[in-house]
Design a protein around this ligand. Structure first.
Ligand SMILES: Nc1nc2c(ncn2[C@@H]2O[C@H](COP(=O)(O)OP(=O)(O)OP(=O)(O)O)[C@@H](O)[C@H]2O)c(=O)[nH]1
Length: 682
């Protein structure tokens, strides 16, 4: 069975570092202790290491590893695509030299650059315009066995490119890696290096396509991993909960149902350190999966892939999904990539232990650090208006300690903290980073996803100007870039919702207009709906439901369109009108006049001006002209100046003479024909 480095090290009674050292001495470079070792290799390594351990102490192993027999390497499976075989093949690839293959060293004129990234041999062959069989044969002669569908590691790609004299350019993957390294510092960039730094728990967000099992996963983790007394606390719901496992603690961002979608799956990405991308094995990569990947990448979040619903499918199907994800730079470690993949069943709980371990290990790799001495900085996860307390919000800070009485800015609002309540419902006087708490003391309700920052009393008093500076720092990016019209549908019952969705689908094909249903639900319009609409630039269309009073402010302040209907037909008609009104107007060029050059003036400061007689129609100042000589088009341009009797005019009608200066053309000859065109709606 394939196994991760840290698991094998546990089994062998070594630390991960010791095992990585041993692997390295065997010529096997693994990227981290989460890397997967394939089964065919594990046994050999186990044997080698056990032999060593039985004859030496652990300390001896570290220094002696270079003596471990190289023979074991030769026995390794040549077709394996793991990170292990990656190194082995890389070494073999080193053996291929231009000298050994003189006939192959020629550049391909059509395909002269290649992105350096892991790629299947079949795709690579297509990219460089060479038959797969030729590449396989060449490598075989070097003692390297590869197959058509095998994913080749970067180093091998580079070797093959060199072989054919093709330039390589670094991949976006490399960019992503760079971003990932920076991620833990997104909010830290402006945090002082001075003070007390300590490790903090990772904040994890779950993303993915609708119905792929995000909520089931979060529910399973919450029910099985959160201590009973904490669960009690969580009933008051803070939008986040802590999970403790031996490998480390972590915080999951979680809000029920659709709220999770609006705030955490869109805006909450900014608050998180790690994204779990849930992809249902039976459904594969879907539009929102791709969107989720892009969102996570756009904020520099490292992704761990959880292939869900494995209880429903065959192992082959899991591989198909893995293959689909390679297109988006998510390549499993056993295929020489660097994205951790875990197969799970959120419903049955299979693989959840492993997923949690991988999260803990990923966060150790990221070395998330926090400065507890600076003023607290973090994110708003949820906010609501509470009777008697005014606006309250769940926040999670990434740096600093938050104290009762602190002044703060949060998005457009500010305030002074007058209560801090943790997920047990306990009142606190202070709280450190990575702990979700609910606070009150806001002058106005903040938005989920806003940055929260503690400020001095002077800054608080200075108010707006200071806040403006802060605003530009935190300005939220629009995360949705899909083309088409984004809609949020709210209805009073499931059957009318279904009827509306089906009709919109039909309307979509009739009009040739993309309607993206961002969310559809069965309740009145809430603040969350409005936040979601703001984030996704959506229109809210409702059927037999109303807007809740506390959503009105948000709607009015943010120009969100909410439309209520009692008849489905009217709703559809309105959508059609909306689609029509948003259509870009198409223009065509219409010929409106014709004339002849009768004189040419060469004016030093202007260039050559055509003296023209308008024979039919008219010439206008905003017009474009086409110039013909002997019925052949010889030039075109925009009218720069149109003059009649030395005065600039808007238009010149049939029968009159005028002077014409054209942008981009002055090679006039007497008798050239000039046609004037105007842009008119099609
Ligand atoms: N067989 C099986 N079904 C699952 C699994 N995980 C989730 N489901 C089912 O898939 C459906 C959708 O699951 P959800 O957890 O609601 O999916 P979601 O991604 O949260 O959906 P949205 O909140 O609408 O985006 C439910 O009927 C679940 O019971 C799984 O591991 N195996």
């Amino acid at each position: 069975m394939a196994i991760r480095v840290y698991e094998l090290s546990k089994k062998l009674g070594l630390t991960s570092k010791e095992l990585i050292n041993i692997l390295s001495s065997l010529g096997v470079e693994v990227s981290s202790h989460i890397s997967v070792l394939p089964s065919d290799i594990v046994e050999l390594i186990e044997e080698e290491v056990k032999n060593k351990i039985s004859s030496k102490t652990k300390t001896d192993i570290e220094s002696d590893t270079d003596q471990i027999s190289d023979n074991s390497l030769n026995e390794l499976h040549p077709n394996s695509t793991s990170s292990i075989s990656k190194t082995l093949k890389d070494e073999s690839a080193d053996k291929i030299s231009k000298h050994d293959n003189p006939q192959k060293v020629q550049s391909n004129p059509d395909k002269n650059s290649l992105v350096l990234e892991p790629v299947a041999l079949s795709i690579l062959a297509e990219k460089i315009n060479k038959p797969v069989s030729e590449i396989i044969l060449t490598l075989l002669k070097q003692g390297i066995v590869i197959t058509k569908n095998q994913i080749l590691p970067e180093k091998m790609v580079k070797k093959i490119a060199d072989l054919y004299g093709i330039n390589v350019i670094s991949s976006s993957n490399a960019e992503t890696k760079k971003i990932n390294q920076k991620i833990s510092n997104r909010i830290s960039d402006k945090v002082s290096q001075e003070g007390t730094w300590q490790e903090r728990n990772p904040i994890v967000v779950v993303i993915g396509h609708v119905d792929h099992g995000k909520t089931t996963l979060l529910d399973f983790i919450r029910k099985s991993r959160v201590a009973a007394k904490e669960k009690g606390g969580i009933t008051q719901h803070l939008g986040a909960y802590e999970v403790k496992i031996p490998q480390g603690n972590m915080v999951f961002l979680d809000t029920p149902g659709h709220e999770a979608f609006s705030m955490l799956r869109v805006r909450g990405l900014k608050a998180a350190d790690i994204a779990i991308l849930v992809v249902a094995a039976d459904d594969g990569v879907k539009p929102q999966t791709i969107e989720a990947i892009n969102h996570a990448k756009s904020v520099g979040l490292p992704i761990i892939v959880a292939i869900n619903k494995v209880d429903k499918v065959s192992p082959q199907q899991v591989d198909i999904v893995k293959q689909q994800l390679t297109k988006y730079d998510l390549i499993p470690e056993e295929w020489a990539g660097n994205t951790p993949f875990v197969a799970i069943s959120a419903k049955l709980g299979t693989g959840i232990d492993e997923l949690l371990e991988v999260i803990a290990l990923q966060s150790q790799l990221m070395e998330l650090k926090t400065n507890i001495s600076v003023p607290a900085r973090g994110y708003i996860l949820e906010s609501k208006l509470e009777k008697g307390r005014g606006p309250v919000a769940t926040i999670i800070s990434q740096h600093g300690t938050l104290y009762l009485g602190d002044y703060f800015f949060a998005g457009n609002t500010s305030g002074k903290i007058n209560s801090i309540i943790d997920s047990y419902g306990k009142r606190l006087s202070q709280v450190g980073p990575s702990v979700p708490v609910q606070i009150s003391g806001f002058s106005q309700q903040p938005n989920a996803g806003d940055i929260f920052r503690v400020i001095t009393q002077q800054e608080y008093k200075k108010g707006p100007s200071n806040q403006q500076e802060f605003q530009s720092e935190v300005k939220a990016k629009s995360l949705y870039t899909e083309s088409g019209i984004n809609l949020i549908i709210k209805a009073d019952n499931a059957s009318s919702k279904e009827a509306i969705l089906t009709s919109i689908d039909k309307l979509s094909s009739t009009l040739g207009q993309n309607f993206n249903i961002i969310y559809s639900g069965l309740s009145d319009v809430t603040e969350s709906d409005v936040i979601l609409a703001m984030d996704t630039k959506s229109y809210i269309y409702t059927f037999h439901v109303k807007t809740l009073p506390n959503a009105y402010n948000l709607i009015n302040n943010n120009n969100v369109t909410v439309k209520h209907f009692d008849i489905i037909y009217n709703l559809l008609e309105d959508l059609e009108a909306l689609s029509e009104s948003l259509k870009p107007i198409q223009y065509i060029s219409k010929k409106i006049g014709e004339g002849n050059v009768i004189k040419i003036f060469d004016i030093k400061s202007l260039g050559k001006v055509a003296g023209m007689h308008v024979r039919s129609g008219k010439f206008i100042r905003e017009g474009k002209v086409v110039i013909l000589r002997n019925n052949q088009k010889i030039g075109e341009g925009k009218i720069k100046s149109l003059q009649r009797e030395k005065k600039s005019v808007k238009e010149v009608l049939t029968g009159f003479e005028c002077a014409l200066l054209v942008d981009g053309f002055e090679d006039w000859q007497i008798d050239d024909r000039i046609e004037c065109y105007q842009e008119v709606p099609a």
